[in-house]
Design a binder for this molecule. Structure first.
Ligand code: FES
Length: 151
């Protein structure tokens, strides 16, 4: 099987895998980063959201062979430089999660939003978070946590 060099959370990993394996499974099963979740597998739920070169992407839709060796992959485990990221802190303070399954994807989208728009308004949040579904309906707490993180 081919080998791939991946830079994940600033560390290099060499992974031997089938070229068609989606990145979500590489992260979870080959590298052991279980924070990225698998939900639908068809780009509909956002649970698998990670950052590729700082942009939120759905790791269930990225085959490992299509990820350039130069790409910088960031997962939920890698967003806090020292301790928790301010978005994670806000999530904790406002007790956003209910079952929690979708929340790492939600946080990755929120971090990407705040990087682009440090002072978002409702419309920005609606647009940035539209692809992240939460079956528990935590949307209002997510909105409030994004505003808290932006303070
Ligand atoms: Fe990737 Fe649902 S698991 S979008």
């Amino acid at each position: 099987m081919p080998k791939y060099i991946l830079t994940i959370n600033k560390k290099q990993h060499i992974v031997e895998a089938d070229p068609d394996v989606p990145l979500v499974w590489v992260l979870r099963d080959y590298v052991g980063l279980k924070g990225t979740k698998f939900g639908c597998g068809i780009a509909s739920c956002g649970a698998c959201t990670i950052h590729l070169n700082g942009n939120p992407v759905r790791s269930c839709q990225l085959k490992i062979a299509t990820v350039p060796a130069t790409a910088k992959i960031t997962t939920i485990e890698g967003i806090g430089e020292q301790g928790l990221h301010s978005v994670q802190q806000a999530w904790l303070e406002l007790q956003v999660p209910q079952c929690g399954y979708c929340q790492s994807g939600q946080i990755m989208s929120a971090v990407a939003l705040l990087r682009k728009k440090p002072n978002p308004i409702d419309k920005d949040i609606d647009t940035a978070m539209a692809g992240n579904l939460c079956r528990c309906g935590t949307y209002e707490r997510i909105r409030q946590a994004i505003y808290r993180a932006a303070e």
